[in-house]
Design a protein around this ligand. Structure first.
Ligand code: FAD
Ligand code: SF4
Length: 466
């Protein structure tokens, strides 16, 4: 293969500037930069990038249109396959998907597909490009969507395209799920989330906020009033280690910490009434995207020192490579192969010390992932002012405990068949609620595919009744 031109780098705030603000780290491509990056695309006859995209964006065509400066056409094309490109372009783990499968990956310089997707989405927003969505008129059929995270939003957008009368029910006072309350402003500005959701509403989808299905509106009511239901409940309940001292003050779950910071705008205190004092020294337990977000948020909230505590090695950390790089550039310290044993508090009940143990990776039972095991006698302590546990999440039990008729598996996630239907006819599910904690793009893809199953299900039902 001929030598390819290097990727156009993304301009971004320097680490020293950005640790003092919550604004977006990257500035985004200019038109000229986007054109230059898009012209690197080889326009492969069989684009290996496309099958790796869970929402099946026509990546090659998008690149081709951007290269020709046909920005409006590129925007319309992308929006047709993915109603939320400004969000997914920013947070999708592209290195494991489209970019990981791009033919230029072999030379270590895949096309910056995610950055081009975000560029084109921002261009469409800035130029107020109108999009028409509905291809059919099926308004006599009503679809209820529970949860307004990426899975629910994508299912709603696709059902709306089929012409159905769609209503989303969301328990929080703002729509967006983790896009809203989990992922911080400096990675995903909320005016971008607002804009993509506003466009969905303008295209006809209704969103009922402050509606908790299973509490102030019952599942049985939805069953009576709607022709099909999609459950996009997410996996919003944090996991804990189950060790001594987890109930001490200033030991947070990452969910609680990020909700306070993002949804309740603690970072705007005192303009917003949500105080959050992280103290001088913060420890974050875990090394996924959630842990990186919590650590980088703590830094921006004024912590002098932020430590990531991870029981495996940095190379095995599940967070996106870019997030780990950004965290390290910002001065966050990564302690690999260590694990908390207990949290110790002062006489007022505030955490002051973590007892840690060193870990080693050992092969157990032949094949598979190496297990991380404590090294006996290697315990040591770290002084802390705040601890944030980011150990993963499971589906919230509120809804599921009130609807025992919906089958779940041993992990507590909703069981679905290959068409995303649950054990109850006409009730579908997707995203984290049925897969366990995963990614934004997986949730978008499942919401979209579930909508197609809803379409086929309702059509089949109608023909059967004729
Ligand atoms: P959610 O986004 O969790 O949305 C579910 C919605 O359902 C919520 O709004 C909830 O309030 C609502 N709900 C729940 N129960 C009810 C009820 N009974 N009635 C009404 N509404 C209800 N993924 C990536 O790809 N890249 C990243 O960089 C990334 N970073 C992340 C950072 C953080 C801090 C977190 C927490 C997750 C991150 N993820 C990331 C994972 C990703 O955000 C999730 O996989 C994705 O949001 C799942 O989408 P979902 O629609 O299934 O669920
Ligand atoms: Fe372009 Fe890479 Fe896709 Fe080929 S695989 S079409 S080079 S983005």
């Amino acid at each position: 293969m001929a030598k390819v031109r290097a990727r156009i780098p993304m301009r971004e705030q320097t680490p020293l500037t950005r640790i003092h603000n919550f604004q977006s780290v990257p500035y985004g491509y200019s038109e000229d930069e986007a054109v230059e990056e898009a012209t690197r695309c080889l326009l492969c006859r069989k684009p290996s990038c496309e099958p790796a995209c869970p929402v099946t964006i026509s990546i090659k065509e998008m690149n081709h249109l951007i290269a020709q400066r046909k920005f409006k056409e590129a925007y319309m094309l992308v929006k047709e396959d993915n109603f939320f490109p400004a969000c997914s372009g920013r947070v999708c783990p592209q290195e494991k998907q489209c970019e990981g499968s791009c033919i230029l990956q072999k030379q270590g310089q895949p096309i910056a597909i995610g950055k081009l997707e975000a560029f084109i989405a921002d261009w469409g927003r800035r130029h107020e490009v109108e999009i028409s969505q509905s291809i059919n008129n099926n308004q006599s059929k009503k679809i209820a969507i529970v949860g307004s995270g990426p899975a629910g939003l994508a299912c709603a957008a696709e059902c709306n395209k089929f012409g159905y009368d769609v209503t989303i029910f969301e328990t929080l006072h703002k729509a967006g799920g983790v896009l809203r309350y989990g992922i911080p402003e400096f990675r995903l500005p909320k005016d971008i989330v607002d804009d993509e959701i506003k466009k969905l509403e303008e295209s006809g989808v209704k969103i009922e906020l402050n509606h908790t299905v299973g509490q102030n509106i019952y599942f049985s009511e939805l069953r009576e009033q709607y022709d099909a239901i999609f459950l996009g409940l997410g996996a919003g309940a944090p996991k804990f280690m189950g060790i001594e001292g987890e109930k001490l003050d200033d030991v947070y779950s990452a969910n609680e910490f990020l909700i306070r910071a993002n949804l309740m705008k603690a970072y705007k205190f005192p303009d917003w009434d949500t105080p959050i004092d992280v103290g001088k020294k913060v420890a974050v337990i875990g090394a996924g995207n959630v842990a990186m977000d919590a650590a980088r948020t703590a830094l921006r909230l004024g912590a002098g020192e932020v430590n990531i505590i991870y029981r495996r090695t940095r190379a095995k950390a599940p967070a996106r490579a870019e997030e780990i790089e950004h965290a390290l550039e910002e001065g966050i310290m990564f302690h690999e192969l260590v694990n908390p044993v207990r949290f110790i508090g002062d006489d007022k009940g505030f955490v002051i010390v973590i007892e840690l143990v060193k870990m080693k990776l050992v092969a157990e039972g032949g094949e598979g992932r190496l297990k991380s095991k404590p090294i006996e006698g290697s315990n040591f302590i770290m002084q802390v002012d705040t601890v944030i546990e980011a150990l993963g999440t499971v589906p919230n039990r509120l809804f599921l405990s009130r609807t025992p008729e919906i089958e779940t598996d041993e992990r507590g996630v909703i069981k679905i068949d290959e068409n995303y239907m649950t054990n109850i006819e006409g009730v579908f599910a997707g995203g984290d609620a049925s897969s366990g904690a995963a990614t934004v793009i997986k949730a978008l893809g499942e919401g979209k595919k579930a909508a197609r199953s809803i379409y086929m299900y309702l059509n089949a039902k109608e023909y059967a009744s004729q």
